[in-house]
Ligand binder design. Structure first.
Ligand code: KE4
Length: 425
């Protein structure tokens, strides 16, 4: 029996589904997950000592590759002084100053421990600030697993959603409206149907949880205009895209100013983290200064802050975004040319270090078109690449991530593997 098989058998006895986060269970592609015992640069090493070139990058944080020496040293130095104080600490102040410097829309910021906490808190803050209860999200956008956001489109798309998970009360779902992404008319209609009731619109400005989907030209500005006109707060969920696509995230690329922004992943350098921030008049509604409560035992944890500060400082020093975009374009072109040679319809949306491979003849611009992709073909491609030592996200509906560690032999090898496995389909 392989080490991963043995570990998975043990894990399934004690951990639901054998995993601590569902997407890791390989349910979307089938088979059993491998276990990883170490990671370095662009490579994961499994419990069976297999080396895999990693295009998941722990779902986004590892923009410098795994176990970067500068981040490792920062954690070690912080560790000398303790792991958690439960009091304000200097690291939190430096992290706040870095975030505010890179995100001009963020005048004040609150640290927490996950992207879920960040979006859950931002929604509560928007409701407290506007004194309105309804929120709008978009099909295909994922914002973590808080009750108000585990909602799928309801029958009355302009009225309310339905729970997307057991355990979410219908009363919660009634306050969330789910609309199609890239559809301005649907957004306008929802505000018309719910005058004065919508506290906030939350979206991934570039979607990374339904595969990688970018907005139509002008869409984000239209969302900004509609929310401003109706007095609803615009929340950019940049947990995945913040510091990933630019130091200032998508809002820097698209020159859009949201009212609130949520962050995570990269700002923790691989340790547990989340953050939300925005206009000072909104953020000052948070306890202890204002009436909206939000808290966390390990919020601003010194080790996570030290790791995140090192990661952000590296991004500031290296400014690797052009290099990452060149890597992404190389991968995109290799996949597209191999698929064309084979007569395989593929879409390969890519911007910077994020990409997706959809087996689909039509451009993928929203949830509906994404799920029309050939998931069976993706599974065959996924396992072909895995068998050749390249690990893509174990789902046809996740984004792929590159790091600066992918430069050189890793990207060369990956392009060969992608090409060979497209030819075999
Ligand atoms: P966490 O609670 O998992 O730290 O963050 C939730 C979240 C919020 N917003 C966006 C845009 C996100 O992408 C995420 C989490 N992303 C998934 C990847 N699809 C995390 C992987 C997982 O669930 O294990």
């Amino acid at each position: 029996m392989s080490a991963s098989t043995d570990l998975f058998a043990r894990a399934q006895r004690l951990i639901p589904g054998g995993v601590n986060s569902p997407v890791r269970a390989f349910r979307s592609v089938g088979g059993a997950p491998f276990f990883v015992k170490s990671a370095q640069g662009a490579t994961l090493t499994t419990a069976d000592d297999r080396a895999l070139i990693d295009f998941v990058c722990t779902w986004g944080p590892a923009i410098h590759g795994h176990n970067h020496p500068v981040i490792k040293a920062a954690i070690a130095a912080a560790l000398e002084h303790g792991t958690s104080f439960g009091t304000p600490n200097p690291y939190e102040v430096e992290m706040a100053e870095l975030i505010v410097r890179f995100f001009p829309s963020i005048h004040k910021v609150r640290m927490c421990n996950s992207g879920t906490e960040a979006t859950m808190s931002a929604i509560r803050l928007a409701r407290g600030f506007t004194k309105r209860d309804k929120i709008i999200k978009f099909a295909g956008c994922y914002h973590g697993h808080s009750d108000s956001l585990l909602i799928k489109a309801g029958s009355g798309a302009l009225t309310h959603g339905n729970p997307d998970s057991a355990g979410v009360p219908a009363s919660f779902a009634r306050e969330t409206i789910v609309l199609p992404y890239n559809d301005v008319a649907a957004l306008e209609a929802a505000f018309t149907a719910n005058p004065g009731q919508i506290a906030s619109v939350i979206l991934e400005p570039y979607c990374g949880n339904v595969g990688f989907i970018m907005p139509d030209a002008g869409y984000l500005q239209a969302v900004r205009d509609v929310t401003a006109r109706h007095g609803a707060l615009l929340i950019f969920d940049e947990v995945m895209t913040g510091f990933r696509l630019a130091r200032g995230g998508v809002q820097e690329l698209e020159a859009i100013t949201p009212d609130l922004t949520t962050l995570g992943k990269i700002i923790g350098g691989g340790l547990p983290v989340g953050a939300f921030g925005g206009r000072a008049d909104i953020m000052d509604c948070l306890a202890p200064r204002g009436p909206v409560y939000q808290a966390g035992t390990l919020s601003g944890n010194p080790l996570a802050m030290a790791a995140g500060i090192a990661s952000l400082r590296l991004l500031d020093e290296l400014d690797p975004y052009a290099r990452l975009d060149a890597l992404g374009a190389r991968l995109r072109d290799a996949v597209k040319s191999a698929a064309e040679a084979k007569g395989l319809p593929v879409q390969v949306p890519q911007r910077g270090s994020m990409f997706s491979i959809f087996f689909n003849a039509a451009p993928v611009r929203d949830y509906t078109t994404a799920v029309q992709s050939d998931a069976a073909l993706f599974k065959r491609f996924f396992f072909g690449c895995l068998n050749d030592g390249v690990y893509l996200a174990p789902s046809a509906y996740e984004a792929g991530f590159l790091s600066t560690a992918h430069e050189g032999s890793a990207i060369d090898r990956a392009c060969e593997v992608f090409t060979r496995n497209l030819q075999k389909l």
